[in-house]
Structure formats: C-alpha cells, structure tokens
Design a protein around this ligand. Structure first.
Ligand SMILES: Nc1ncnc2c1ncn2[C@@H]1O[C@H](COP(=O)(O)OP(=O)(O)OP(=O)(O)O)[C@@H](O)[C@H]1O
Ligand SMILES: [Mg+2]
Length: 193
C-alpha cells in the first residue's frame, strides 16, 4: 500500500514537471533521442521493433517511427485491450494510424495477438520515469508490466524519458517489470546492469 501511494504521488509530481517543459526543449529532445536510438546496434540490426505512438507530453516518437519504417524495419504498435492488456499490429506509415481509447493513436492493421511482442528485437516502452536499476513508473494501468513479462531476457527494452525522469530510485511492487535501458536527451542510451 505504501508503494502504491508513493507511486501515485511520484507520478503526479513527475507529470507536472513534464508538462512544464517548453516547446523548444521538447523538440530538441525528440530529435536527439531519435538520432541516438537509430544508431543503437540492436536497433540498426533489428528486424522487428515494438514501439508506441507518443501522446500528449510524452517524448515524441513519431519521427522515430517514421524513420524506422522508411528504413525497412518491421514496426509493431500496441492496441489497448478492454482488460488493459496490449495487442500488437504493424505500423505501415503515418496513414496507418487511427484514434483509439484514452487519446491513443493506434495501428489499423490486423492485430497479431498479445504474444506478438515476444517477436521483437527491441521494445520501446513509455514511462513517466525510470530508475538506475531499470525500474519503471508508467501511467498506472499495468499494461506494460504485462507486455514486458512476455519479452525474453536478451531483448533490449528501452524507456525514452526526459533528463529529469531518470531518477535514483522508484517505488516497486512485485508485478513491476524492469527495462534494460533508458533513452534520455542528454545521455542517449543508458544501459542498466
Ligand atoms: N501482470 C499483471 N496482471 C494483471 N494485472 C496487473 C499486472 N501487472 C500489473 N497489473 C495491474 O496494474 C496495476 C497498475 O500497475 P502499476 O502501478 O505498476 O502500473 P504502471 O507500471 O505504472 O503502468 P503501465 O505499465 O500500464 O504503464 C497494478 O496495481 C495491478 O493491478
Ligand atoms: Mg508498473
């Protein structure tokens, strides 16, 4: 209970700070994160990248998605299921997206099933914050805790966050899944041991 309370307090504090970032900071962050990620070896070689379309104040992933697709990667995007779990379908360019629940933009291609994330070589995971052990704070639905539980131990899982969102320690519950790296505007890809 203690950790659930501190999670929601941290979430609202971090999201307020994120909302206060200026447009220039956001645009510069999106560019540098895209370029850093495109140069990561697992991404350069990866045939399949599971990613997500950023919404609201999240670090912008849209030009990254476009670049991956142009490069010929197979990009999978999530579809939120009624029970909070995630299904996956392929991204076929900016015109292959449609509005979904909770303000999400979702793929319009045929869903491949929740297990499809296990076929990805790299998984991008949205996060409100990540700590130095890879513990991740999401929006509170647990969708990515479920999805990440299906991803093998050798797969690079990356949470793109703004600089102040790579923090020393986050509260953790038993169901929480770690990511193996953070991607920040100033430090690029930060791998966790
Ligand atoms: N594997 C799971 N199966 C069913 N429910 C789960 C699972 N993992 C998490 N949940 C549910 O999700 C709730 C929210 O989890 P948590 O606070 O860790 O979300 P989050 O990691 O911040 O969100 P998200 O992963 O969606 O970004 C948990 O209290 C739990 O009820
Ligand atoms: Mg969690």
């Amino acid at each position: 209970m203690h950790d659930i309370l501190s999670k929601s307090m941290m979430r609202s504090r971090l999201l307020s700070a994120r909302a206060a970032l200026g447009a220039d900071t956001r645009a510069a962050a999106a560019r540098s994160m895209r370029d850093e990620l495109l140069a990561v070896p697992e991404v350069e070689m990866g045939g399949t990248i599971a990613a997500y379309v950023s919404i609201g104040d999240e670090p912008d992933t849209r030009s990254l998605l476009f670049a991956l697709w142009k490069r010929g990667a197979y990009v999978l995007l999530p579809l939120l299921l009624p029970d909070g779990d995630l299904d996956w379908a392929s991204y076929e360019g900016p015109d292959s997206l449609a509005p979904g629940p909770r303000g999400l933009l979702q793929p319009t291609e045929k869903p491949r099933g929740p297990g499809a994330v296990a076929s990805a070589d790299v998984v991008l995971v949205p996060a409100v914050a990540v700590d130095r052990t890879g513990m991740r704070l999401g929006r509170g639905g647990g969708s990515y805790d479920r999805a990440l539980a299906r991803v093998g131990p050798a797969i690079l899982t990356v949470a793109p966050v703004y600089d102040a969102e790579l923090v020393d320690v986050l509260p953790a519950e038993p169901h929480d899944q770690r990511v193996r790296a953070a991607l920040t505007p100033s430090q690029g890809l930060v791998r966790f041991a």
